[in-house]
Design a binder for this molecule. Sequence first.
Ligand code: AMP
Ligand code: MN
Ligand code: MN
Length: 317
Amino acid sequence: MSKNCSLAETGELLKAAKKLVIVSHVSPDGDTLGSSLALMHALRALGKDVIMNVDDDISTVYSFLPGIQEYRRFGADETIEADLLVIIDASSADRAGNAMEVVRPGAVLNIDHHKTNTRFADYLYLDSDAAATAEIIYALLLEMGTEFTTDIATCIYEGIYTDTGSFKYSNTTSKTMETAAALLKHGVNPSLVSDNMELRSRSQVEMLRKVLETLTFLKDGKIAYIEIAPELYDRNVDTDAFISYPRYIEGVEIALLFKQPEENLTRVSFRSKEIDVAKIAVSFGGGGHKKAAGCSIYAPMKEAEKIVLQAVEDLFV
Ligand code: AMP
Ligand code: MN
Ligand code: MN
């Protein structure tokens, strides 16, 4: 069970540490990467020793983020001493990959915005009303008196851009827009971010063409799902945007995407218009938000599909 921290207490914990390891969650997205990098830049400006970690590949889509080259993956037999292990935008320990085993920290701090947070860290700053963890990081850095460079502002903007679907999902609030406006004043170039985020590689579009052929409807079109066949799966191809195709079909209430990154591991993404898909994801050991959630199932894709689709269909009886 974690100790809940205020923003001021979170800032004090960070300032008191000399050596910190910042961890982004596995299957890294723009929020976990942008939030972690903004914090890295701010802490390094204070003279801190900061190690960046993610236990996964990072899509080349994020190559434009200032500082992205600082990330490293830990070997399973490594041991790293640190004053503070900071886990960003992750709602459970497994999302941190091997960092909890490799790092021997004085304490673990988790900064997150998932209502499904499992309170696994020693200290927790959780705001489930925040549109993105990056929105929390903005408030935290203000609290800490950080000087907002264009690099820091760009990383925070990226996090908010990702989790709000470029300022259009229902989590977008007036505060989100005010934060974005402040970030623009600190030099963010919105078209630099969107040009990078919207860019598609040819291999990605070619994969999408094949994936769309798998589009299947259940329950009179209330459920739609697509799958990335194991022989098609390529860890170098970013597939995060694929789920928006079944998601925005008229009449679809729940959309799913299945992929099998390893032989006995299936990753499932859920999106909904109103139904709480975080509940379903949690029932399979995952997490997320009401309208966007995910889980990992330790089974081949076809087997995982069977059990997950059954659970989703049961919502409509
Ligand atoms: P995704 O479908 O991967 O874009 O994820 C949608 C949301 O669900 C994000 O907020 C993720 O952090 C969360 N999520 C995805 N997979 C998992 C998982 N295996 N465990 C916990 N949360 C997850
Ligand atoms: Mn995330
Ligand atoms: Mn997030």
